[in-house]
Design a protein around this ligand. Structure first.
Ligand code: ZN
Length: 329
């Protein structure tokens, strides 16, 4: 018996494949419709979640970067290479986010179907990159309005590759788009409750410039747009002076970046007699734990905006947009 067509399938996808088969039988459809799921690989968790939602049961998605992993520094492993070269379709962010994988992804794109979803955001909506004149800031997921372009790009790429399932992809994409619009309204609403003078977001690296543009916050990162270069002592000193002079009460750590620099700021401010606390941990470049609400795009942004608004003096509902956030904000 030739097992080759099944070699890429996990036990879970096999089981869900059988589930689809029995449903197809029950509905009297042709069993051939219940083919093995399309195998997709996505680089970041945010993209994987989007492909999962748009693809539904038809697509089996593997995310390369686990929660807490920094995409600026991530380099593909041997098993990632195997997964990507065997996948039916690969989704990457592009815009120089996966800086260490760029050469590999470009090369793969000449042989396989590789979709750079960040590139779907129109050029006039992208912010420039402070270190490279010809590059853009890749952190577009921080503005839900921009993420809608990514949802569209995922649906278009899947429909292009598998036109027989276009209606399903399009309907799933509509549902996610509605959720993301609701997220955008919720975010604007609660962030507007933060007093004007407190709309300052200080984090470990510059991941929040799209957030700033969308919600009118001043954002300051200790490190730049990429986490690759070390923050200088001068930068830390400058920010300490700013925290003290502007009486900033809270700064934020990020789940995918070391908190060493943020702690240096807090100590520096304390040495000048100003108490500043950690307002919470934000999901900047990676989502929360797998299997949790925070481990989805919606939950990630809900967590961030709710945490920021709460720490900076805004009014937030218990457990966020839909009561699903973990306690302890
Ligand atoms: Zn980043």
């Amino acid at each position: 018996m030739d097992l080759r067509p099944m070699r890429h399938l996990s036990r879970r996808s096999l089981l869900s494949g059988f589930g689809v088969a029995s449903l197809a039988f029950a509905a009297g459809s042709r069993p051939s419709l219940a083919a093995a799921p399309i195998s997709a690989v996505a680089t970041t968790g945010m993209i994987a979640d989007t492909v999962r939602r748009v693809g539904g049961d038809l697509v089996d998605v593997r995310a390369l970067m686990a929660p807490g992993v920094d995409p600026h520094a991530y380099r593909q492993t041997r098993s990632d290479i195997v997964a990507m070269t065997r996948a039916d379709i690969v989704f990457a962010h592009g815009l120089f986010l996966e800086a260490q994988m760029e050469g590999f992804l470009a090369d793969l794109g000449r042989r396989r179907r590789v979709v750079f979803v960040g590139e779907a955001v129109p050029r006039d909506r992208l912010l420039g990159h402070e270190d490279y004149a010809d590059k853009f800031d890749p952190h577009v997921w921080m503005d839900p309005v921009l993420w809608i372009y990514v949802i569209d790009a995922v649906a278009a790429a899947l429909s292009d590759a598998y036109p027989e399932h276009e209606a399903v992809f399009s309907s799933n994409a509509n549902v996610m788009r509605d959720d993301v619009r609701e997220l955008q309204e919720y975010s604007s609403g609660i962030l507007a409750t933060v007093p004007e003078g407190s709309k300052v977001l200080l984090t470990a690296h510059d991941a929040f410039r799209y957030f700033s543009a969308a919600y009118g916050f001043e954002v300051l990162g200790i490190q730049g747009i990429s986490t690759e270069s070390e923050a200088g002592l001068n930068r830390v000193g400058e920010l300490v002076d700013l925290i003290v002079s502007r009486k900033i009460s809270a700064v934020f750590v990020e789940s995918s970046v070391s908190d060493r620099n943020i702690r240096a700021l807090i100590e520096g401010a304390a040495a000048q007699g100003h108490g500043v606390r950690i307002g919470g941990e934000l999901y900047s470049d990676a989502m929360g734990r797998e299997g949790t609400y925070e481990g989805t795009y919606l939950g990630m942004i809900d967590h961030n905006v709710t945490t920021i608004a709460a720490a900076l003096g805004g009014t937030v509902p218990d457990r966020g947009m839909s009561g699903r956030l973990s306690a302890g904000l």
